[in-house]
Design a protein around this ligand. Structure first.
Ligand code: NAP
Length: 644
């Protein structure tokens, strides 16, 4: 499985195309045909999508509309094939915007167009790849980078820095690339954003086997990317960073790491990139008696496959995104399963969640030029600002712990209908699975109903009484009941607020990063930190998203920014840069004020979106467009600049 699939020519036999057509997604296919035939008439008014039904199969087209669309597509493809003119030059911006608006089903503001062009990658990687190279701007300067972590963000950063001619060393604690997709192996683990969008803009596949890939597929994708970009030789596996110290005289980072054999190594570089993620240090719950359990236990992120759950009495603690994926799988094996739920998650339906991509659809993606790009665009646009309006607190509504605004209330109603359908005839389960806080305050559980349906089996119980303690033989709740179990599985999440732990990072004037943060991580633009020159965080403070975009998009923006910072260092012959405290503080005030006006900032429900101070150090409160705009060009006035 390669990462960038090659296109095959359209067959001369119409029957072959017609055979595949029923399984194609028609809206994006129409736009691809308009593009390759340079004929906007293809975008027939009768097929302009309805925003209200856009998310339904075939964008909500009626049978009649589908027949019309297939007819238009077929005529267009025949014309494209038979005229043999090939793909025309990139349409003008105006024509592109017309096509964008058709597939979006709504006006696309001019401000978005440059961002969307990058995501569309019609010219390949040209727009987002670095437009400079060290060899031409500072050929003689000894300048290199260290990246900590070879997960999704680390791979992107290494690829881009190397494209710009900057030598890179990667230090990775695991024995393989892939980060979260390597570590989380629990049964049922899969991505909950469609892969045609949850993939690098610069490494798009036409042959995703699933709409939402299982972890193995994603791990293989990231491994193939690392291989194809030539990164494997520069990754030091099983090498965990212990400390990083800024050497002001040399204007370099000194990074000490330790390998599996206990041997330490020291690396030096001009820039240091932390690509360690937010969600990789398992969180074990603070429950009395946790160490007294005599049976087997493990965390979802360190699944113990040596323990056969067949016929066993199993307890799962937690009903977050991970647990809701593995509970249906555990239920298939366990003799008896107790699921301990502290807070009910909101479940959002994703009907194609476990489905494979139909052959005909993949066939079209690999035969029709730009179909894959336009399909990705349609996914990107729908997810771009997506649910952000529903996450907005309306002070006049007035906001409560039920809903924070009209859109939020409409979403609540829609989700309750889904829960009600899944719990039909079981009033107890319905009450247990109906959340009592506004949707979008916590992470959704994206699901096709498997989680709720697994709870309806006779050998599965959902326990909502508070856990009092864990004892040698099981779990006791505050009503006095002890559920005796053989195995406890902790689906209790990660230490998301403890950014960059347990590494010790020492910046200018011996400033310790964790002391500076004091449990409340902050960065400027989510990437750079005062007193920590030439230090760049990926998926750092306030770059997580709840209602819009994908983490890969955010990482690509952050990587673009850091590569531009490297350019600034080289072009202006600078030794280092770190953001001014005043700029950083002002930025964080703006972030905090905006986060307070989002559901996750308003609601008091417990979630990993808040740190011990009750502040969201995790989430980005604005649009994806604003993140893109702020990560375009580093402003010299934002920085303390030190010459070489
Ligand atoms: P999580 O969302 O933090 O869920 C942890 C669960 O454990 C919650 O139900 C929590 O209850 C419960 N819990 C924690 N401490 C507890 C305690 N002391 N007593 C009782 N219950 C306790 O963790 P996660 O499910 O691993 O997911 C973390 C994030 O990873 C997700 O939000 C998502 O961003 C990402 N993820 C993504 C995917 C995907 O793409 N498909 C899959 C898995 C994870 P409360 O709700 O009451 O705190």
């Amino acid at each position: 499985m390669g990462i960038t699939s090659k296109l095959s020519p359209l067959p001369v036999d119409d029957a072959e195309i017609l055979k595949q057509l029923p399984e194609a997604e028609l809206l994006a296919l129409l736009t691809a045909v308009a593009h390759i035939t340079d004929d906007l008439e293809v975008l027939d008014d009768r097929l302009y999508p309805n925003l209200l039904t856009l998310r339904e199969p075939q964008s909500g087209y009626t049978e009649e509309q589908q027949a019309l669309a297939r007819d238009i597509v077929m005529r267009g493809l025949r014309k494209f094939r038979d005229e043999q003119k090939g793909v025309p030059a990139r349409p003008s911006l105006e024509r592109l915007r017309t096509i964008m608006q058709f597939v979006a089903g709504e006006p696309v503001s001019e401000r978005y167009v440059p961002l969307l062009l990058e995501e569309l990658a019609l010219d390949g990687d040209q727009l987002r790849a670095p437009q400079w190279n060290k060899s031409s701007i500072a050929p003689d300067r000894d300048f290199s980078a260290i990246i900590i972590g070879a997960g999704m963000s680390g791979i992107a950063a290494a690829h881009r820095l190397r494209q710009a001619g900057v030598p890179v060393t990667i230090l990775e604690k695991n024995d393989d690339v892939g980060g979260t997709w390597l570590e989380n192996k629990y049964p049922g683990c899969r991505v909950d954003i469609q892969n045609h969008m949850y993939s690098y803009s610069f490494a798009q596949r036409h042959d995703w086997p699933f709409f939402f890939s299982p972890r193995q597929v994603l791990h293989e994708y990231f491994r193939n990317c690392a291989e194809e970009f030539g990164l494997l030789p520069i990754i030091n596996f099983k090498t965990e960073v212990e400390s990083a110290v800024w050497d002001e005289d040399a204007q370099q980072w000194v990074v000490t790491s330790i390998n599996a054999a206990g041997t330490r190594r020291v690396d030096r570089a001009n820039i240091l990139v932390s690509a360690v993620g937010q969600l990789n240090r398992p969180n074990y719950p603070d429950i009395a008696g946790i160490d007294s359990f005599a049976g087997d236990s493990f965390h979802s992120a360190t699944w113990n496959f040596n323990i056969d759950l067949t016929g066993k009495k199993v307890a799962v603690i937690g009903t977050g995104a991970s647990a809701c994926q593995f509970i249906p799988q555990v239920a298939k094996q366990a003799g008896e399963l107790f699921v301990f739920q502290r807070t009910t998650p909101w479940m959002i339906p994703a009907p194609r969640y476990q489905e494979t991509v139909p052959n005909g659809f993949n066939w079209m993606l690999s035969h029709v030029p730009f179909y894959a790009e336009w399909y990705r665009f349609s996914m990107f646009w729908r997810g771009a600002e997506g649910m952000l309006p529903a996450a907005t607190v309306d002070p006049d509504y007035p906001p409560t712990e039920k809903s924070v605004g009209l859109m939020n209330e409409m979403m609540r109603q829609m989700l309750i209908e889904w829960t009600n359908a899944l719990t039909e005839g079981d009033e107890v389960l319905r009450a247990q699975l109906t959340p009592n806080y506004p949707p979008l305050s916590k992470r959704f559980v994206v699901d096709d109903g498997s989680f709720a349906l697994s709870l309806r089996q006779p050998h599965v119980s959902l326990v909502t009484d508070k856990i009092e303690r864990i004892e040698a033989t099981g779990i006791r709740t505050t009503d006095g009941q002890l559920r005796e179990v053989d195995v406890i599985i902790y689906g209790t999440g990660f230490k998301a607020s403890q950014f960059l732990t347990p590494m010790k990072v020492t910046g200018r004037n011996k400033t310790d990063l964790h002391e500076q943060w004091s449990g409340d991580a902050r960065a400027y633009l989510g990437v750079v930190i005062p007193n920590f020159p030439n230090f760049f965080c990926l998926y750092g403070p306030n770059t997580n998203i709840v209602a819009n975009g994908s983490i890969i998009y955010f990482s690509e923006c952050e990587v673009y920014y850091l590569v531009e910072c490297a350019k600034m260092l080289l072009e202006s012959n600078l030794g280092s840069l770190d953001p001014l405290l005043s700029v950083h503080d002002e930025y964080n005030e703006r972030i905090d004020a905006a986060n307070r006006l989002r559901t996750w900032g308003f609601s008091s429900v417990s979630s990993w979106y808040k740190n011990a101070n009750g502040r969201s150090a995790q989430n980005w409160p604005f649009s994806v467009l604003e993140f893109w705009e702020q990560t375009r060009v580093p402003e010299t006035s934002d920085y303390k600049l030190v010459s070489q």
